[in-house]
Design a binder for this molecule. Structure first.
Ligand code: EPZ
Length: 423
């Protein structure tokens, strides 16, 4: 397994092109199953997760072709509506094929995704929503068996809690259901909005895009479309935090301030300067210093859980203290012991972490445990005194395109160390 070696202390200065959002690309790819025509996606990041979902789609029968930044998908002939465990377990967002398959073909057998490092990640909201649309759902031997021989029928669904994936699965399924579907308490994440815009381009009838009440009038079929993926707000937030932590200034090319939601407010209170320019968003360490500011993660537009670990690294070198509370996932603090090995002063109390700022962090050999925890270690290493080696960087490859190249172009001392293959 590869590692990444970083020598901290260089101020990041320059430009970082922000890639298309991983968490928008994945549902958009699943949407290709809704039509026999071609879906052209542009601004697509080259990431491990995208590669895994291409494999899932290809084994269904989708023709996929990739050129840098562009993914073309054509689901004309789909002989297989089973998504197998060995692929779904590697990338749980594969469960997003469920809604499109059941809506277009009336049947689907999709492996239950299982949990992951950050939590049990149930899919009960996906399944209960599909049942309300008239699907029959049976669980057996680790698989979801979904059938709707007479097709799906519109329904009024109120989500008991906000779920990005459940909203995405159900808005895709409802697009081909007979009649009207109302989704209340729908997720507001920009990636959900991006999916809705693409579905409309494919011929879907969706009202209320960008609100928590989506009204979908089912249509008989969808056609192909061309769609550019929304910028990745989590990648942008990660690099904006890195710029501030190193006392630098970085232009996040292509980023939009509105995509940050409440995170912009919190970062500014913490001393990170964010300015919208014609190129994107400039992030810098303000003329003051970084100061502790409490955050609580929340569904969009609240502070994103996917930025919590990176924000904790920022708070660990801020003046004063900050209380960080994770409300979305039950086990998203695995970066804490690794940050503490670098000298951070963090106390966990249940779902809250009290972070007391220290003068500096020190490089160390650390372990990546999940995607966003690893990026927290990267930003900490960039600001730390000395050398850090981050092991198991395959976690990073799932969500950050050309991370070393983008950081090195802004003056970071960073290199990937390929694992020595046993002779
Ligand atoms: C999406 O996951 C993202 N992944 C996650 O990003 C992100 O952290 C999460 O949304 C929250 O913003 C993709 O978009 C591919 P949820 P998702 O359904 O859809 C519970 C990353 O680092 N829940 O909004 O799985 C769930 O356990 C990843 O890029 C149920 O109880 O998240 C969680 O506590 C990590 N039942 C909460 O809801 C369900 O049926 C929010 O989950 C579904 C979810």
């Amino acid at each position: 397994m590869d590692s990444i070696r970083i020598v901290g202390g260089n101020r990041l200065k320059g430009e970082i092109p922000i890639s298309g959002a991983k968490n928008a690309t994945l549902p958009l790819m699943a949407a290709s199953l809704l039509t026999p025509e071609t879906l052209h996606l542009t601004n697509v990041p080259r990431l491990a997760d995208i590669g895994t979902l291409i494999k899932v789609l290809e084994q269904h029968g989708v023709e996929a072709s990739w050129e840098p930044g562009t993914l073309t998908l054509k689901a004309e002939d789909i002989p297989n509506t089973t998504a197998p465990y060995d692929l779904v377990r590697r990338m749980r967002a594969s469960v997003l094929v469920l809604g499109p398959l059941i809506a277009r073909f009336g049947n689907a057998v999709v492996s239950l995704p299982g949990g992951c490092a950050i939590g049990t990640r149930p899919v009960d909201l996906h399944l209960s929503g599909l049942e309300q649309l008239g699907a029959r759902i049976d669980l057996g031997r680790g698989y979801i068996h979904a059938t709707a021989p007479k097709g799906l029928k519109g329904a009024h669904i109120i989500f008991p809690k906000v779920s990005v994936g459940a909203t995405e699965n159900l808005v895709m399924a409802a697009s081909l259901a007979k009649g009207e579907t109302v989704l209340e308490n729908a997720a507001l994440e920009p990636e959900v909005e991006d999916l809705c815009h693409c579905l409309v381009a494919m011929g879907a009838k969706i009202e209320g895009i960008g609100t928590e009440r989506l009204v979908i009038e089912g249509v008989a079929g969808l056609h192909g479309a061309k769609h550019s993926v929304v910028p990745d707000r989590i990648e942008a937030g990660t690099y904006g935090i890195a710029a501030a932590m190193t006392g630098g200034e970085v232009d996040l090319l292509g980023m939009r301030l509105d995509l940050f939601g409440a995170a912009a407010e919190a970062l500014r209170h913490a001393g990170v300067e964010l300015t919208e320019t014609e190129k994107g968003v400039r992030a810098a360490c303000g003329n003051g210093s970084l100061v502790g500011y409490d955050v609580m993660t929340d569904p969009f537009p609240g502070f994103p859980t996917d930025l919590q670990a990176q924000y904790m690294a920022l708070m660990s070198v801020a003046k004063g203290a900050a209380m960080i509370t994770e409300t979305i996932f039950e086990n998203r603090y695995m970066h804490v012991p690794e940050l503490m090995r670098m000298g951070a002063n963090i106390n966990l109390h249940g779902s809250s972490a009290m972070v007391r700022g220290v003068d500096k962090l020190y490089g160390a050999e650390v372990m990546a445990t999940d995607l966003r925890a690893s990026s927290s270690l990267v930003v900490a290493a960039l600001a730390a005194d000395g050398e850090t080696v981050i092991n198991r960087v395959y976690h990073l490859d799932r969500g950050y395109e050309q991370l070393e190249q983008k950081l090195a172009a802004c003056g970071a001392e960073v290199e990937r160390i390929a694992e020595q293959r046993a002779a």
